[in-house]
Write a protein that binds this ligand. Structure first.
Ligand code: SF4
Length: 431
């Protein structure tokens, strides 16, 4: 039986969405533990609940609002403190405040200090010394580090610029210090995060860019790998591509969303490039960093997408042969230009069909690409276990399950021979 006191001083953080949210939640977790609170596995048993939300897909938003409804009942019974953060919290949240009056705190994304201070006040605790350097204390070997928040691009389907605001970069020295602290806690690999990470630093004074940051992080002895997510084709400069080639610690693995293969749809999405410009960027990457793995993001069923437009997207998949495709069926997001101005005219059934066609094609392409790894030797950073299997990633971000090894390889870069492949992962044996 859980006592009222135990309930009050325990917390549960519920997180959905992108790696940016995961990184924010980790920082809230550190702050709350510094206040002396215990993590509670079951949301129903926690005295403090933080929901870190995502609005990129309607389903994620629906899950969060459904949970908020249930938490209303929990609050009546246990007086649970409820905080909502993440992309659901925009500047105008009047409607949500009216709908969920039982929420104690609405905190904008990355308002970590505000969350910890409010919870400290609620529990009559002091937050002194709890807000500095909010990095995971027992960090994993591969960590995410947000470096630029928000986006200035305003693609017609996307809510991010409305919810996360304009691009705001963290000062370069702050990021380097954060990575240094992580490395002292055992982190070997960092992924630098931003909705549009390539635009890092244009708003800093003096101006900096992602290459400058990569050079500074590369100087840190204990950091062995640097990754970055997510890029925009218009902001991926030649300097950045050359930095990926020149810095041994920067992984030759690039995520470059194309979103649609037809010029008409790209224009309606306001992506700011044509298919030829996108393909030229891919050519540039392949000529400078020939061994780079390239992944992408694609939307199917954007309003007005004809069969021919869809085939244009399939053609890009066949031409580039991406190592992975994050594909989503278009779903309307309230507040976006597409929601207000463009009729969502394709049926769910048709969108699902296009999704399946992409997945089937990608399955084959990925199998073909992964076949090249068979019998090769790979350096795998071993991160831990998934479903009782040791796993890690190659420099090219291929997921590898390692057989014949024990816990002693966790947190190390392990030479591994690839003995089996599938479309989604590789199986290797420790050498
Ligand atoms: S670049 Fe990405 S985050 Fe920015 S508006 Fe477009 S889709 Fe959204």
């Amino acid at each position: 039986m859980i006592t009222e006191e135990k309930k009050l001083e325990s917390f549960h953080i519920w997180t959905v969405g992108c790696q940016m949210n995961v990184a924010d939640s980790q920082r809230v977790d550190v702050g709350l533990k510094r206040l002396g609170l215990d993590e509670e596995k079951n949301i129903e048993d926690a005295g403090i609940v933080v929901l870190n939300t995502c609005v990129v897909r309607q389903s994620a938003e629906d899950t969060a609002t459904g949970l908020l409804g249930k938490l209303g009942k929990q609050k009546k019974k246990n007086n649970t403190f409820i905080c909502v953060t993440g992309c659901m919290v925009e500047s105008t949240i009047k409607e949500l405040e009216q709908r969920f009056p039982h929420v104690d705190l609405w905190a904008k994304p990355q308002d970590t200090s505000l969350i910890i201070e409010n919870i400290a006040d609620y529990l009559d605790l002091s937050s002194d010394g709890c807000l500095e350097n909010l990095i995971p204390e027992k960090s994993k070997f591969a960590e995410f580090v947000p470096i630029v928040q928000g986006c200035d691009k305003f693609c017609t389907f996307c809510v991010i610029p409305y919810r996360r605001g304009r691009e705001t970069s963290k000062p370069l020295n702050d990021v380097v210090n954060e990575v240094q602290n992580l490395s002292q806690n055992g982190t070997l690999e960092v992924t630098l995060l931003g909705q549009n990470v390539d635009s890092y630093g244009h708003d800093l004074f003096p101006k900096k860019d992602l290459s400058d940051l990569m050079y500074s992080i590369s100087d840190l002895d204990n950091i062995l790998r640097i990754r970055f997510l997510t890029s925009h084709p218009n902001d991926m400069s030649r300097k950045l591509i050359e930095t990926i080639r020149d810095l041994p610690k920067v992984c030759k693995s690039i995520n470059l969303p194309f979103q649609a293969g037809s010029n008409r749809i790209l224009a309606n999405m306001r992506r700011g490039y044509t298919r030829d410009q996108y393909l030229k960027k891919i050519e540039e990457i392949k000529s400078i960093v020939p061994d780079a793995t390239i992944t992408t993001d694609l939307i199917v069923g954007f309003p007005g997408e004809t069969e021919k437009d869809f085939e244009d997207s399939l053609e890009i998949l066949n031409l580039v042969k991406f190592d992975k495709v994050h594909v989503a069926a278009y779903s309307e997001r309230k507040g976006t230009y597409a929601f207000r101005k463009i009729d969502d005219n394709l049926t769910q059934q048709e969108k699902r069909r296009r999704l399946n066609v992409v997945n089937e094609l990608q399955d084959k392409i990925q199998f073909e690409l992964n076949s090249k790894y068979l019998d090769s030797e790979q350096d795998v950073l071993v991160e831990g276990y998934i479903r009782n299997k040791l796993y890690g990633r190659t420099e090219g971000d291929k997921l590898v399950y390692i057989e014949n090894a024990d816990d002693s390889v966790i947190g190390k870069i392990q030479k591994t021979k690839i003995i089996e492949i599938s479309s989604y992962s590789l199986i290797g044996a420790k050498i």
